[in-house]
Design a protein around this ligand. Sequence first.
Ligand code: ZN
Length: 455
Amino acid sequence: MELYNTLSRKKEAFPAPEEQQKIRLFVCGPTVYDYAHIGHARTYIFFDFFVKYLRSQGYEVTYLQNVTDLDDKIIARAAERSIKPEALAKEFSRAYLEDMQALGVDAVSRYAPATDFISQIVAQVERLIDKGFAYKIGGDGWYFDISKDEDYGKLSGRTVAQAEDGVSRIDDAGAKRNKGDFCLWKFSKPGEPVWKTAIGDGRPGWHIEDTAISEYYFGPQYDIHGGGLDLKFPHHEAELAQQESASGLKPFVRFWMHTGFLTVKGQKMSKSLGNFITIRDFLKKYPPEVLHWIALANHYRSPVDFSDELALQAAAALENLSNRYLELREEDRKEEKRKDQGTLSVWKEKFDAALSDDLNTPVALATMFDVIKDKDLSAKEKRVLLDSFSQTLGLDMVRKNEELPPFIVEKLAQYNECRANKQFMQSDGLWKELEDLGYEVRDTENGSHLVKKMF
Ligand SMILES: [Zn+2]
């Protein structure tokens, strides 16, 4: 398999499971001051798929995610609501986990809240102080001096922030040596959460949380670091600088992976523009499979521009695939036994080749539609392939549809019987009932079958 590495700016060979079975992956988790939005969902759905795919290929993946449960945004939002920052963080940590569950995102091995790692964070800051990479601003905190690190900027190719970067106000201070210096430890103001430590009474900076947590679980070097593209600079650049400076070991991370931006109708999501779509709001309108489809139908590094039209297109594609799958089941029943044409393996190779090429999920999805069109395959062979591919891509939709609840099966049988007996009044009534229950009846020459409606 080849993976694109943000650090080298090219695709590189990823070791096969025979060469390296254990994979350590860290993905930046949420800052729990509000509900997560569909941009976050895109990133977490992709990495969930990626980890499940790696595991299906025989790797043992430890997937670690931090939770930023203390930062300026949390303190400010808690003050607005006159509650403690811990209470706010707890509320939105819970909401985040509920959202991930609703999306079927469950591959994370461990969530690590930053405030559980204060002693590790302080120890890492102390090492940076000892090695001369950190300096103190009285009454403010400890800062990382980027001019002391000649490699600073090697991940993102820059040292100055741009408009699309995810930034934290915690890094702001007038008396910094260099504009790009970032905060390692912030001295607390009265009323703010505080830890009394050897480096002063305060709280951690944003970037140091991740490296203290990843070093605790993975050591100073590990395999893959992932996250949204908005985190590449300064967040990931800062992580890299901290860890390589603290340990003296390079590379900190073997592969850096970044998911592309998600905009809404061409604009960055923001509360002030009123185009901020939380996962919960999305799920009030669309089933989770739609977001899963959007995340995979676009390559993970490509930008996605979200709109209701895009969601409807995704729903239509899913419904189409699902319906074709059900039709194949009908065909399979009446089909004579056919010889295996030997093209099964060709399709499998195509599908695997797509995913091996830096997780090209759009091509893998297109392969599913191509399989359906292949005249040389029997209906059964097509189903075997679609079952396997949909499982790899986490498309439960296709499989769920197969299992109709017993009372629905019963109603469908009654419907078919009424139609056979030309009792059209009764069959129309049953048709309406099924429709109200969310099923569309499709009449064919070989009897009727049901299609689960998405809306
Ligand atoms: Zn992070």
